[in-house]
Design a protein around this ligand. Sequence first.
Ligand SMILES: [Zn+2]
Ligand SMILES: [Zn+2]
Length: 310
Amino acid sequence: MIKVKFYGVRGSIATAGDETRRYGGNTSCVAVQAGGETLIFDAGTGIRRLGADLGAGVASGGVRAHLFFSHLHWDHIQGFPFFGPAFGPGNRLDVYGVQSELDPGGHPQTIEIPMATLSDGPPVADAKGVRAAMAAQMNAPNFPVGLDAMRADLRFFDVPYGERITLPASSAPIIVRHVGVDHPNGCVAWRVEHDGHAVVYATDLELAEGTDGAVFDGLVELSRGADLLVFDAMYTPEEYEGKGTFSRRGWGHSTFEMGAALAEQAKVRSLCLFHHDPNHDDAFMDRLASRARARFSQTTIAQEGMELSL
Ligand SMILES: [Zn+2]
Ligand SMILES: [Zn+2]
């Protein structure tokens, strides 16, 4: 069995307040439990609460988790310095990023994070990749303590594009794989498979007409037959097209209709809309939910605290 729990469902920036209380205001963070292992997707502000749920007193020890980044935009990393288990000696945290950016043909390329962003802090051994990105956001003057204040056993992996990860687990191995998606600065969608079940985490992607065919096909293949597809549906179709305002084309996000089209093509069992626009309050999300269900009946809207068993 796979269990999925949503700790942060909002895109771009956290939205605390009464008007977003039901769907939730924290930015992207999803926990997946499979075979006795904890897998975490993105470290938006929601990861603080997840750390507390894992029983993470700073000195606790015994917490073990795998953290996968879709990409390194701020709303997906800014909770990392507040993930309690990372500070506790005896805890173990494996952190995975895929350093890729799509070229105009839709093919992933390796990117490097410039050394200049690390100039004012303690020396960072590896100035590229996911470790450097975590260190950079904790450097002075942005944060009071550096990455070295985290006393857990932290291991950082820059996964070569396309490489699948196998995690040994109690009943059956957990297979984690990814494909590149269309988003400014690059992003990947992840799939977790365990014991005949699968969940796909596909956020921060634009799946419009005109998306490179290879990218769309890659996503269909990644999502095929999944029990659950978590999908970036940040905009309504009207917002995306810019009816009455301005178009969001090229901003790197999708609509529920694009999610439904992918869900149908890949024959997934259920679709979960995610990465809600900060301007979409609870009443707006309720209306969006009924529209989305009319388009694809097996649709849920991600809500902070919601737990699904696959
Ligand atoms: Zn985002
Ligand atoms: Zn992004």
